[in-house]
Design a protein around this ligand. Structure first.
Ligand SMILES: O=C(O)C(=O)C[C@H](O)[C@H](O)CO
Ligand SMILES: [Mg+2]
Length: 402
């Protein structure tokens, strides 16, 4: 069996997606996601110019060997571009293998560990009142877990405040727009948001919050401590994690659960965090961390330390990643939660899929493969449109972490 052809498809049904389609000489094809928000074309070039020529003629059944070939064989390891390209190939090959086996992917991975996958949605508003209303809407939709973010008085376009209610999309301009940040203001504000949410809705639902890499370790420790009375499911990306040891300081001061990993590419980004039990949830997902083959290694390593998964699932992760992650979540023994930001109807039409939402859970279907396809005629209607993530600056103009 041979890989006969491989193509990259770029489409923008409201936002950009990069999709890889691998075709075999036996008529079976597989689909993988390679989207890197705000830097999409770099992965297109990496795949088209440097990966696809090597793949033609290879045996698509040798998933592990092809993974190692692309990882070790490049000599230049890791990084978001390389690992997304590897992920796209890996997911397309798992799709092919599962289709050939006539099995949904979760079955091939080892079978079901659960009936459905608990997800969390994004509630946001320009102030506390709006966010409280938005959380109420998610509760009405049946969600069991909700991430809450609100505009902070005095901060221009605080992180997490979207324009729509169910669809949040931060990559919005042909050049990066400039947002603001002020840690003092945020630290005074965020606990008030959660106090109001618990006063309004009680403690039956899981609440989450994303610090989006904004705080220093000491500030994050302070925030975690102040949030303890509201029993968060997790505080995410409380401090940047290039220096994994930074989480020690947060851990020493708070029992608020910590989650990190959406910008990690490999197990090496999380190794110290995991083996020192400095986090509770590892947030890497399929497209960001080298596909099913590598994410499985990260999850197994995390399981040794009772750390659970919490796959990133923002709208820049295409339905292909969402579908594959749901198969992964359905199988993985140490599952925690899955992020779920809804895609627009245009995106759903480009990527027909068989997963479905019911009462706060997502359920995968039993279609062989990962259950997500691409409608190429529909995709062709939406040409690539440059879009950047915003940047953040402090009041005095200093660049900060967006
Ligand atoms: O979903 C989250 O937790 C995010 O932090 C979303 C990110 O800002 C988004 O995926 C960036 O592309
Ligand atoms: Mg996040």
């Amino acid at each position: 069996m041979k890989i006969q052809a491989a193509r990259v498809i770029v489409t923008c049904p409201g936002r950009n997606f990069v999709t890889l389609k691998i075709e075999t000489d036996q008529g079976v094809y597989g689909i993988g996601d390679a989207t890197l928000n705000g830097r999409e074309l770099s992965v297109v070039s990496y795949l088209e110019d440097h990966v696809l020529p090597c793949l033609i003629g290879m045996d698509p059944r040798r998933i592990e060997d092809i993974w190692q070939y692309l990882y070790r064989g490049a000599y230049w390891r890791r990084g978001p571009v390389t690992m997304r390209a590897i992920a796209a190939v890996d997911v397309a090959l798992w799709d092919i293998k599962a289709k050939m086996a006539g099995m949904p992917l979760y079955d091939l991975l080892g079978g079901r560990s659960r009936d459905g996958v608990m997800v969390y949605g994004h509630a946001n508003g320009s102030d506390i009142e709006e966010t409280v209303d938005a959380v109420g809407q998610y509760i009405d939709l049946g969600y069991k877990a909700i991430r809450a973010q609100a505009g902070v008085p005095g901060i221009k376009d605080a992180y997490g405040v979207g324009r729509g209610k169910l669809f949040y999309e931060p990559a919005d301009a042909a050049l990066p727009s400039v947002t603001g940040w002020d840690t003092r203001k945020a630290l005074n504000f965020v606990p008030k948001l959660f106090e109001k949410l618990r006063d309004t809705y009680g403690f039956d639902h899981h609440l989450l919050h994303d610090g989006h890499h904004r705080y220093t370790p000491q500030e994050a420790a302070n925030l975690g401590k102040m949030l303890e009375p509201y029993q968060l499911f997790w505080l995410e990306d409380a401090t940047p994690a290039e220096n994994q040891e930074a989480f020690k300081l947060i851990r020493q001061h708070t029992v608020t659960p910590l989650a990190v990993g959406e910008i990690f590419n490999t197990i090496w980004d999380a190794k110290d965090l995991i083996q020192n039990q400095l986090i509770d949830y590892i947030r890497c997902t399929i497209v960001g961390a080298g596909g099913v083959t590598h994410l499985r290694r990260i999850a197994d390593f995390a399981a040794l330390y009772q750390i659970r998964t919490g796959c990133h699932g923002a709208t820049d992760l295409s339905p292909v990643t969402m579908g594959t992650a749901l198969h992964f979540d359905t199988w993985v023994p140490n599952f925690g939660i899955q992020e779920y930001m809804r895609h627009t109807p245009e995106t759903d039409a480009v990527f027909p899929h068989d997963y479905r939402f019911e009462k706060g859970m997502l359920y995968v279907g039993d279609t062989p493969g990962h259950g997500v396809d691409i409608d190429e005629a529909e995709a062709a209607k939406y040409p690539y449109k440059p879009a950047y993530l915003p940047v953040a600056r402090l009041e005095d103009g200093t660049m900060w972490n967006w």
